[in-house]
Design a protein around this ligand. Structure first.
Ligand SMILES: Nc1ncnc2c1ncn2[C@@H]1O[C@H](COP(=O)(O)OP(=O)(O)OP(=O)(O)O)[C@@H](O)[C@H]1O
Ligand SMILES: [Mg+2]
Length: 219
């Protein structure tokens, strides 16, 4: 069952940004059979949540029914993109059986959102729970596309666990922020643990370097 409507709240007002995500979306559309995508990064603050939000919105604008999920149960930062006035139920409440209603509509047609909910004492365990997997299976029936925000790879096993339960993982890499070696290691770790890395989004490129965003597909 759907709960109330959340209003979107964009933090960076930049049409170039929206345009760049359309390009990313177009590139991804050529990657076949992607129904569930997760985003991760090497360290914190590389732009996962921002990328997840704009990418989901841009698919919704294409007429798809999109679910944007905050599976960063430790931090739960997707809510910063929405005006949330009351306490909301999220993944923690659903997976732990406290609430059955956790999907919110948004003011963007076709864009639905699931927030992380109350920070659980054991995020990794919660995500390893079979009811998390079952939840994803059920949601797949209802949505054209599911985009999942996760913590960085360096923090617990959360992103690894989610990565192997989805169709493809997008790595967000902030420009001039982490060494190539670390990024390569994280990519290798993802592949080794059973994830399919579908691409790397290079975030925060200076305007003169190119556009804001670039996309390099691995496959
Ligand atoms: N392309 C961009 N241009 C300008 N600012 C950006 C861009 N992408 C992200 N930011 C800013 O960088 C900060 C980190 O972004 P975001 O929260 O999306 O990263 P994250 O990888 O999800 O971080 P965390 O690991 O803490 O979850 C935010 O303040 C966000 O507004
Ligand atoms: Mg984040």
């Amino acid at each position: 069952m759907k709960l109330g409507k959340l209003e979107t709240r964009e933090l960076i007002d930049d049409s170039a940004m929206n345009e760049s995500y359309k390009t990313l979306r177009t590139n991804l559309l050529y990657t076949s059979d992607l129904k569930v995508i997760s985003l991760t990064s090497t360290v914190a603050n590389e732009g996962k949540t921002t990328t997840a939000y704009y990418l989901a919105k841009s698919y919704a604008e294409l007429g798809k029914k999109v679910l944007l999920m905050d599976c960063d149960l430790r931090k739960g930062s997707l809510k910063k993109f929405f005006t949330v006035k009351t306490r909301v139920s999220g993944i923690s409440e659903y997976v732990s059986g406290q609430s059955k209603d956790f999907i919110y509509q948004t003011d963007v047609d076709g864009l639905f959102v699931v927030l992380s909910g109350k920070k659980p004492p054991n995020p990794t365990e919660l995500l390893s729970n079979s009811s998390f997997e079952k939840m994803l299976e059920a949601l797949k029936e209802e949505f054209d596309l599911i985009i999942i925000d996760t913590p960085p790879m360096g923090i617990g096993a959360d992103a690894t666990i989610i990565g192997r339960n989805v169709d493809g993982v997008l790595m967000v890499v902030r420009n001039n922020f982490v060494s190539k070696k670390s990024v390569k290691k994280v990519k290798d770790d993802l592949v080794r643990t059973g994830s399919k890395v579908i691409g790397v989004v290079l975030n925060r490129i200076e305007k003169h370097q190119s556009d804001y965003y670039d996309y390099y597909g691995y496959y």
